[in-house]
Design a protein around this ligand. Sequence first.
Ligand code: ZN
Length: 312
Amino acid sequence: MGLKMSKTDKKIRNEFSEKLWTLLVGLGLVIVLVSSVIFAVKDDEIKVGAICYHKFYTQAEAEDGIEFSTYTIWVEEFENHLKYLEENDIRVITVSELLDYIDGKISLPEKCMLLTLDDCDISFYKYAYPLLREYNMKINAAIIGNRSDGAQEGNAYREYYCSWDQIKEMAASNVVEFGSHTYYLHDREGGRTGTMQMSDEGTKTYRKVLINDMEPLNQKIQSVVGYTPRFFVYPFYAVSMPSIPVLRDDLGYELLFCGNSDSTFRYCGESVHTTNYNPFKKGEEPADILVKRYTPRSGDDFAELIKTIFEE
Ligand SMILES: [Zn+2]
């Protein structure tokens, strides 16, 4: 054989380099294609943080002897939160905007925030709602049916919760989107915590309990604000996994709000999302309709909380 290459060897070698060249070009194309697909998907995925509020406090509440609970924050703190979100270009959205994004109807920036309000305490109407209007921001508020019934003139809850008239007024402003927080189940009576399934309760009975409680609330909300609620908030952050198909399929709620891992996992023992934010993709049904929320406490560093939520 020696060092000289035969004609056949050269031919083989040329064929080999041609093949190698084709292979490399092909491989390059594949890499370009795959990475463009990956980046396209990434572009369509947004990070949705969610925050939960309950009560707002001023000197007036202190003078009235209203308790400052772990769920209460000062009105000034709430205003600082709104300022922070505005200054840091975090888009504050409603549940319906997020659902429009999921349906592929609108685009949203990569970082969005769902502000949520549990219970519709009267301090929400008095202090938070005017600030939201001032800052042109929106909130998603969950109504407890029997508390707002009781808040009508002359009733026991008058001074503690938003009345249906106030709810109607806020809905008309488009600053607040209303959702369901149960009619009568926001309680710990009879051995049940909120909407949790009881240990001795069959699936059929449990389903009936949820439907009998919330169908009338859906109708009441529809009659007051003009739309059926699209989201549900679990009382006490307590998630019962068997409730999910009932809330979604029978009651029509498209998103279900719970707490973060510390509060929610205690009840359901299952993962909500592995991230602190909730990932959603444009035009794609979410695998999980549970939305993880964080509750800022009075004195908390809000900037730190936002960094934690978006994992920065
Ligand atoms: Zn609540």
